[in-house]
Design a protein around this ligand. Sequence first.
Ligand code: CP3
Length: 354
Amino acid sequence: MTALKNDRFLRALLKQPVDVTPVWMMRQAGRYLPEYRASRARAGDFMALCMNPELACEVTLQPLERYPLDAAILFSDILTVPDAMGLGLFFETGEGPRFRKTVASIADIEALPIPDAEKDLGYVMDAVRTIRRELNGRVPLIGFSGSPWTLATYMVEGGSSKDFRKSKAMLYENPRAMHALLDKLAQSVTAYLNGQIRAGAQAVQIFDSWGGSLSAAAYQAFSLAYMQKIVDGLIREHEGRRVPVILFTKGGGLWLESMAESGAEALGLDWTCDIGSARARVGGKVALQGNMDPSVLFAQPEAIRAEVGRILASYGHGEGHVFNLGHGITPDVDPAHAGAFIEAVHELSAQYHA
Ligand code: CP3
């Protein structure tokens, strides 16, 4: 394997010194880029893009051609796992993800297979191998999956949801069924992420997009406990390097202390928490990733630069910060504004690493 030319992202996750704060953006390959829209049109649709390793590689690299990002993230989706469990994922234009089959009973849950990473999700593993080859050591590659709770909401609701009506009803009236589903998902996600690590992912992020919808008690028992199981089962060293794990619970700012006990190297923060206070609470244990409001990118470059400066000052001097948005970049952002954001992080952060 080629040596990494830029490893400041991996170093920051391990709280090692860096020259400037590394930066990447959640959803950095996506609809705000005209070249992404062109590749998706050539593929036919979003799932065809995910399932073609050459095209998935092409769109993964697009933001890196434009910007000096410090990491690449596999182009795929968290819902490939429930799809491989037989639920039949499809995307209705403008409507978000949908499943042909949903999960409602213990019998449905017992019938779900645990996918084999290479056999059932081989197109993702092939994409990881292709991207690593094409990156040729430029920057590290991030693999990812959804958290068990976040995946369970889509499987029970049959798609996106505003109130999580069916999944929360199951959680409260049939906790045994919900635990059985989450346990199966934790096993599936562990195998899936270990497959990505063997194929070449150099760090992994668990997206718990809907953990923040839970009560404090339910978060511990139905989301964090299963992410903990995954962390416990992951390959922690590959190609002679630590493979850092990032836990990102959107809306999880109140629970950082318990997340920091999970054994993950880093926590992702959304924009609702102050990163300096978060560092004071958990910075002794974990690195922090975040946390600019993605909507700041609608403002002019000078305003973006000011907000980057404020977040850097809030985190303060020293190691353990990966700059990111607090959630994914949105489709109508001007690509030039994303460029101004990345440039500002590198320029303004050098003083904090002197
Ligand atoms: O960050 C990256 O660049 C990697 C690619 C990535 C995608 N989805 C591509 C995608 C990642 C990491 C995801 C994760 C994902 N997918 C999450 C967790 C992160 C989060 O945002 O909280 C969730 C909840 C999903 C499920 C999902 N996939 C939804 C709800 C949608 C529709 C969203 C929308 O804005 O319409 C998707 C589709 C999707 N996944 C797109 C992309 C680029 C848009 C599809 C398109 O091109 O039309």
